[in-house]
Design a protein around this ligand. Structure first.
Ligand SMILES: *Cc1c(COP(=O)(O)O)cnc(C)c1O
Length: 477
C-alpha cells in the first residue's frame, strides 16, 4: 500500500509500467490553495499487480466455478453462461423501468412468457414476478392469504408450519401477522394427517408445506392433507424451494396447493449466494387472482401490457417496478433452452445424484428419513465420528479438501445434521470424489481427530472463535 508521505519518485519504483508525463497543461486559473501538494493516497500499481491481486482474492473464495457446492436446501446448480450473455444484451440491459409499454415490448414478452411457463410447470393459474427472493415470496403469499380472508370478511389468525420447515416459513408467517402452530413430523419425517387433525380449527388460515420437505422426503399423504385443510376452509401454501426435485413429474396445483413461490435462483439456475440477487415469483389459483400484487403482464392481441389489480382487493406492490428483471430474464432463457423434457430430465438426474451419494454413505451414517431420498437428504453424523468430533468439524475439514461446506445443523429435527444436495449438474466422477473425501474425513475423525478438530488449515481464514465473535464482535477492519 502506498501512503501519501511518499514522493512520486518513490512510488514510481513500484511500477512495472512506464508512465508518460501528462501533456495536459495545468489550468493557470486554479488557485494554489486548491492544488495538490502530496500524492493522493491511492494504490499506485501496475495493471499486472492489480490483476494478480483480484485473481488471488477470487481464489480464496469457494464458488461453483471452482468446486462442487453441495449446500443442502440451496440447489447450487451450474448456471449456463449463455444466460449471462443474454442478460447483458443492450436491448435488455439498458431499458429503463419508466419507459412506456410500446418501447419495451420485448422485455414485457419475456415476463409474460415466464409467467406462462411457471403456470405450466406448477399448474397455477397466475403468477406475479415481483418478489425478490424465496422468503419474500412466502411473505407475499401469506399476505395474499390474509387478503383473501379479509375480502371474505372472515377472521383467521393462525398458520400451521411443520417442524421440518425452513426457518423462513415461521418467520414469514409471523411477519404477516399470523400466529404459528408448529406441527411435529412423524417418525418418517413427514406430516401425519392424524396429528394435523388435532390442531385444525376455525382459526387456521393456511398450512405451509414444502414437498419434498427439507429432509428430502416426499410428503406422500399430501392429498389427504389437502382435503383436511380445504374441508376446514383453510388454504394450502407450497414452499417451492424444492421444486428442483419434481419438475415435470408433479405439479403443486394438481396435488392441492393454492398459493406457492418458486425460487428462480435455485430451480431455474440463476446464480445466487453471498446475498446475490434472487427472485421468488408467487403463483396462485384463479380464485386468488384479485389479491395478487400489481403490475403483471397480459397479452392483448399481439401487444403486451401491464395490468393492475383493484387496489382495495389486492395486497398492492411488493417491490419497485417488475421485480429483479435480469434474474427473470435468465430464468426464462434457462426454461426455454431446456424445454419441458429437459426440465423433467434435470429433476430426475438431481434425484438420482442425491440417491447415489446416499447409497454410498448409508452404511456409515444414520439417515433418519430412510434409505432413499428426493433431490437431497439430511443425515445425522451422531455416532459416526471419533470422540468429540462434531458435524461442524467435518464441514470445516471439507473446506480443507476444496469443497464448499454442506448445510449443517439443519433441519433442526435431525441431531448433528449434515444436508447434501448435489444437483443434476455434477458428473459421476465429481460425486465419487466427493463421496471418497467425506468417507476419508469420517475415518480421519477416528484415526487423527486433532486434524479434523483443527480444520480448516488450508483456507485463508482459519476457524473463528465463535464465542468471542458473538461477545466482542469486530464490526470493522
Ligand atoms: C432457500 C429456501 C427458502 C428461502 O428462500 P430464499 O430465496 O433464500 O429467501 C425457503 N424454503 C426453503 C425450503 C428453502 O430451501
Amino acid at each position: 500500500m502506498m501512503n501519501n508521505n511518499k514522493t512520486l519518485n518513490e512510488i514510481e519504483s513500484n511500477r512495472s509500467t512506464v508512465i508518460v508525463e501528462s501533456d495536459v497543461e495545468l489550468n493557470a486559473n486554479v488557485d494554489d490553495k486548491y492544488k495538490r501538494t502530496t500524492v493522493p493516497n491511492i494504490p499506485n500499481i501496475s495493471e499486472s499487480t492489480l490483476l494478480r491481486h483480484y485473481t488471488n482474492l477470487s481464489r480464496k473464495n469457494y464458488a461453483l466455478s471452482t468446486t462442487m457446492y453441495p449446500l443442502g436446501s440451496c440447489t447450487m446448480k451450474h448456471n449456463p453462461l449463455v444466460n449471462e450473455k443474454i442478460a447483458k444484451f443492450d436491448e435488455f440491459a439498458t431499458i429503463h423501468p419508466y419507459q412506456n409499454e410500446e418501447s419495451m415490448q420485448g422485455s414485457l414478452e419475456v415476463m409474460y412468457e415466464l409467467q406462462k411457463d411457471l403456470c405450466e410447470i406448477s399448474g397455477m393459474d397466475y403468477f406475479t414476478l415481483q418478489p425478490a427472493a424465496g422468503a419474500h415470496g412466502e411473505y407475499t403469499g401469506l399476505l395474499i392469504i390474509a387478503q383473501y380472508f379479509k375480502n371474505k370478511n372472515e377472521k383467521r389468525t393462525k398458520i400451521i408450519v411443520p417442524d421440518s420447515a425452513h426457518g423462513t416459513n415461521p418467520a414469514s408467517a409471523a411477519l404477516s401477522g399470523f400466529e404459528i402452530i408448529s406441527l411435529k413430523s412423524d417418525e418418517n419425517g413427514i406430516v401425519s394427517p392424524e396429528k394435523l387433525k388435532e390442531v385444525l380449527n376455525g382459526d387456521v388460515a393456511a398450512m405451509m408445506m414444502t414437498n419434498p420437505n427439507t429432509l428430502g422426503v416426499f410428503e406422500k399423504n399430501i392429498e389427504e392433507i389437502s382435503k383436511l385443510i380445504h374441508d376446514n376452509g383453510s388454504l394450502l401454501y407450497y414452499d417451492g424451494a424444492n421444486l428442483n426435485a419434481v419438475m415435470g413429474i408433479i405439479r403443486p396445483a394438481d396435488i392441492g396447493f393454492d398459493v406457492m413461490h418458486i425460487n428462480l435462483h435455485k430451480t431455474f439456475s440463476t446464480p445466487h449466494g453471498g446475498g446475490g440477487p434472487g427472485s421468488g415469483p408467487v403463483g396462485v389459483k384463479a380464485f386468488l387472482k384479485e389479491c395478487l400484487p400489481s403490475p403483471f403482464v397480459v397479452k392483448d392481441g399481439d401487444t403486451f401490457k401491464l395490468s393492475f389489480n383493484d387496489k382495495q382487493k389486492s395486497i398492492g406492490a411488493m417491490k419497485a417496478f417488475y421485480g429483479n428483471f435480469p434474474v427473470i430474464l435468465k430464468a426464462c432463457a434457462y426454461i426455454k433452452s431446456l424445454g419441458g423434457e429437459g426440465l423433467t430430465q434435470a429433476s430426475k438426474q438431481a434425484v438420482i445424484n442425491a440417491n447415489y451419494i446416499l447409497s454410498k454413505l448409508k452404511s456409515k451414517v444414520k439417515v433418519p428419513a430412510g434409505n432413499s431420498c428426493m433431490h437431497e437428504f439430511a443425515m445425522s453424523l451422531k455416532g459416526a465420528l471419533g470422540n468429540d468430533i462434531k458435524t461442524l468439524d467435518v464441514a470445516k475439514r471439507l473446506l480443507d479438501n476444496g469443497y464448499y461446506a454442506p448445510t449443517i445443523y439443519f433441519p433442526l429435527i435431525v441431531e448433528e445434521a449434515m444436508m447434501i444436495e448435489p444437483t443434476e449438474t455434477e458428473s459421476k466422477q465429481t460425486l465419487d470424489e466427493f463421496i471418497d473425501t467425506l468417507l476419508n474425513i469420517i475415518e480421519e475423525s477416528k484415526t487423527n481427530p486433532e486434524v479434523v478438530h483443527n480444520a480448516p488449515v488450508n483456507t485463508s481464514v482459519r476457524r473463528l472463535n465463535e464465542v468471542e465473535a458473538a461477545r466482542k464482535p469486530k464490526l470493522h477492519w
